[in-house]
Design a protein around this ligand. Structure first.
Ligand SMILES: Nc1ccn([C@@H]2O[C@H](COP(=O)(O)OP(=O)(O)OP(=O)(O)O)[C@@H](O)[C@H]2O)c(=O)n1
Ligand SMILES: C[C@](O)(CO)[C@H](O)COP(=O)(O)O
Length: 231
């Protein structure tokens, strides 16, 4: 950025177009009620409380009627979800540009299903990454011993010393992320992987174990307990 460029802004992009097939719910898990509200409300409330976020864009699946039935968010909701999370994010980046974001703005990509995110964690990520050339992600160092499976038996044990669990938000410049996703393999499961494939090294920002992704049926009760415990 040269001296005449405007300061970068911060945008949030929430991929919310998944089916939640592992969660065992009748509909998409992000709309299940947790601690009295649909899960997505908790997620959006955290971002709404971060003053520096200029705009939040939610990517939903085409035909998703949830936000029409529940029109209470100030976020921009766009039915441009794709077949994979990466496709939903790439489509969302296109919509953010349409909404006025430019290549040097920062985008914080956050799973709808990580409803335990807090404004403090979002601010920690921004404070740590805002002056970095690459960007980074919230993450948590592995606490358990790590095994390699071979047909249901342990083939070997890996050192956990340098292993972290990737969380979200993951924060990168819009232009860099768009380029990274265009060149990325279909199998990538987070934005950091696409950035890493360009030879770059995102910052790991410690966030604690509570910012987990609601993935399996038993995760709803854990999310409920944490959210109620915060009141
Ligand atoms: N095509 C997709 C797939 C996932 N997501 C979103 O990406 C986030 C993380 O994905 P995950 O937890 O795997 O959600 P699902 O894909 O819904 O779950 P599953 O893999 O169990 O089907 C979720 O907020 C989900 O809504 C998305 O926007 N578009
Ligand atoms: C982005 C992510 O939440 C980081 O841990 C995760 O990779 C998403 O995984 P999914 O199985 O595609 O939801």
């Amino acid at each position: 950025m040269n001296g005449n460029s405007p300061a970068p802004r911060y945008f949030a992009l929430i991929p919310c177009a998944g089916n939640g097939s592992r969660a065992g719910t009748a509909g998409p898990k992000q709309y299940e009620r947790v601690a009295g509200q649909p899960m997505i409300w908790h997620t959006l409330s955290a971002f709404a409380a971060v003053q520096r976020i200029a705009r939040t864009l939610v990517v939903v699946a085409p035909g998703d009627g949830f936000f029409e039935r529940n029109p209470t968010t100030s976020a921009l909701v766009v039915p441009c979800g794709g077949a994979t999370r990466a496709a939903s994010v790439a489509n969302g980046l296109r919509e953010l540009r349409r909404a006025g974001a430019v290549d040097h703005d920062w985008v914080l990509v956050h799973d709808a299903a990580r409803c335990l995110i807090t404004p403090e964690l979002v601010n920690r990520l921004i404070d740590t990454c805002a002056d970095d050339e690459v960007g980074g992600l919230l993450a948590h160092p592995l606490a358990d011993t790590l095994k390699i499976d071979q047909g249901g038996r342990v083939a070997s044990t890996l050192s956990r010393d340098d292993k972290w669990l990737a969380q979200t938000p993951q924060m990168f410049r819009l232009g860099m992320l768009r380029q990274a996703l265009e060149g990325a393999d279909n199998s990538i499961t987070d934005e950091s992987s696409a950035i890493e494939a360009m030879g770059l090294k995102p910052l790991l920002v410690p966030a604690g174990a509570q910012n987990f992704k609601v993935t399996y049926p038993e995760d709803f009760a854990m999310a409920e307990a944490v959210l109620r415990g915060r009141r």
